[in-house]
Design a protein around this ligand. Structure first.
Ligand SMILES: Nc1ncnc2c1ncn2[C@@H]1O[C@H](COP(=O)(O)OP(=O)(O)O)[C@@H](O)[C@H]1O
Ligand SMILES: [Mg+2]
Length: 208
């Protein structure tokens, strides 16, 4: 699905050859500062390679329209981003931004249940706990119906139990909707529990 070819990003990441497969749960592990977040940002087209190429379904990423690409490949960042307003506003933020069809309240309530957020759609999002905020941010990207989910160390904002809950939801969703997941984690326990394939990155290089 993603292929790297002699890719360099500044003096941060150097990947000669790497394939990330469609329909798999891929985990990226490695020490802090190794370049894991940078890799996700490249996949999401937030940044572009300094040298070499990244292909997405055989097409050079450089040639994929950025907005459409970010609709199809969604990034859940390390710290959940919350906007002012209700939980409903927060769930619908991306869908509205990308002018996808509006979603019914019933569908949104079902999603909240699925995300195990025991709150009302009309509740103020800022009053949610860290774990709830992270799951609402996840709900926001699930509504985009992307084919690839990029998750950047969701654990950093959560305790272990809440992280596991989030990953269970993601892994269930991914199986049901045939979505590919690329998860950055520093926990080798998490990687071996969820990862069908594990990529280790050290000092900007892929170590198998
Ligand atoms: N925008 C940037 N400009 C320059 N250096 C950066 C930028 N973002 C991250 N870095 C550096 O790149 C390296 C890799 O960072 P990062 O990808 O965030 O690592 P990780 O997610 O594995 O902890 C670090 O040394 C970091 O300081
Ligand atoms: Mg990081």
């Amino acid at each position: 699905m993603f292929e790297f070819e002699n890719m360099r990003y500044k003096d941060i990441l150097f990947i000669k050859q790497l394939t990330i497969h469609q329909g798999e749960f891929t985990c990226i592990v490695g020490e802090s500062g190794g370049g894991k977040t940078t890799l996700l940002r490249l996949l999401n087209k937030m940044i572009s390679p300094t040298e070499g190429n990244i292909y997405y379904h055989k097409q050079r990423l450089e040639q994929c329209p950025s907005v459409a690409h970010r609709m199809d490949v969604s990034l859940l960042s390390q710290q959940p981003v919350m906007f002012e307003g209700t939980i409903k506003d927060n769930l619908l933020y991306a869908v509205r931004l990308f002018q996808k069809d509006d979603v019914s309240d019933e569908e949104l309530s079902d999603l909240l249940t699925q995300l195990k957020v025991k709150k009302k759609l009309s509740d103020d999002a800022s009053l949610c706990s860290g774990g709830e905020k992270q799951r609402i941010a996840l709900g926001r990207i699930l509504l985009k119906k992307s084919s690839v989910l990029l998750l950047d160390e969701p654990s950093s904002a959560l305790d272990e139990k809440t992280e596991d809950l989030l990953l269970q939801i993601v892994s269930q969703y991914a199986k049901e909707h045939e979505v590919s997941v690329i998860l950055v984690t520093h926990s080798s326990e998490v990687a071996s529990k969820y990862g069908q394939r594990i990529i280790r990155i050290e000092s900007g290089r892929v170590i198998r």
